[in-house]
Design a protein around this ligand. Sequence first.
Ligand SMILES: N[C@@H](CCC(=O)N[C@@H](CS)C(=O)NCC(=O)O)C(=O)O
Length: 379
Amino acid sequence: MLTFLSQYVFPGSSTQKAFTIAPKHVVDVSKQEVLRGVRATNKDTIEVLNMTVPSRVGGFNQDYYLPFQANEPSNNAVAWVAGTDVEPKTMQMTAGAKAAKVKKSGLNRLTTGVKEVAAASTTGVDNSEELAQLRARVTELEGQLAVARSGDGSTTEDLDTMPVLGYWKIRGLGAPCRMILYYCKVDFADRLFEAGDAPDFDKTCWTDVKETMGMDYPNLPYMIDGETKITETAAIMMYIAKKWRPELMGRNAAELGRVQMLWAHVLKLKMDFTIPCYMGKSAEEVIDISRPLLAKLVEVMGESNFVGGENVTWLDFYFAECVDNLDKLSDGLFYAEFPSLQNYWDRFVALDGLAEAWADDSKLMKNPFNNKMAGLLNE
Ligand SMILES: N[C@@H](CCC(=O)N[C@@H](CS)C(=O)NCC(=O)O)C(=O)O
């Protein structure tokens, strides 16, 4: 069976800048992989192409693997110049051993990288900027390690789509989605719906299309990404995390569980301070409602850098939006009461990818938090 590479349909359809065939010993013989290619695309992604031959019996098929050229020379220069031709030395694939060994060494390299950088950051470095860079590198390597451990590090997602986020032209529930998209450096279309002015607050720009878009539970925000159409803010955020930066889901089971637990309480906080803004309550009343919930979250976070611990997760994009919202609602009172929250926000908004978008009002608007029909933070 022969497939010309030029006819092979790659996942997505991006143009490639480079293509190479990996050394034979990396193929996974247990999956009847006979050739592995790697291509660099014009989207700055690397895609792995696994060429496999179907098998009825499964497992290692010796007859799929002809002997191949070995890494050691079979001749030497003097003999070759003297006219002696020698057949090249060959190697033979065996059941699983090679592929397994290579995969493990890739993980080992990452693990070693994490340990080395971690060690450097705790011994003898007193330059705080350098320390911050080393810590960021540790976080990045740990993220890669978590992904590598959960599979072979390659993704089966279609990364050539242009997702569309739909939401009102306000921060509201759209801001956390926009922020996580910018952080993940996803090229997306931000579809904004604008309600009319008082007294009618005309919403027909949305209601006219709401039931026509093929969504199971039409709502705002929504995300349409290729064939995928989802609503519910947390579902959208987890979708983005899982697809573009899986470590944002939590780097291990403990982190994932903690983030999901905290999500319930952050959601309660969000609802408890947002609904009263639309119900005619005063800022003082909303502050009093929010205070105990916020105080408990601050206590639970303790000295952590982020809401779920030392690593940024998808929930930070939701919680940080609440923090900035409550700062504006309380006119700085909450930052005075809970100074660690201001540090948290400053740390969050300086994250790589997010900082650039935050500096650009056309990407991340600063106002309004709430829609026009709300009594507070509506302009
Ligand atoms: N539980 C939903 C709530 C969504 C929601 O209430 N969306 C409001 C704006 S914040 C809306 O106007 N939805 C449009 C609609 O109900 O048709 C979520 O978290 O996404």
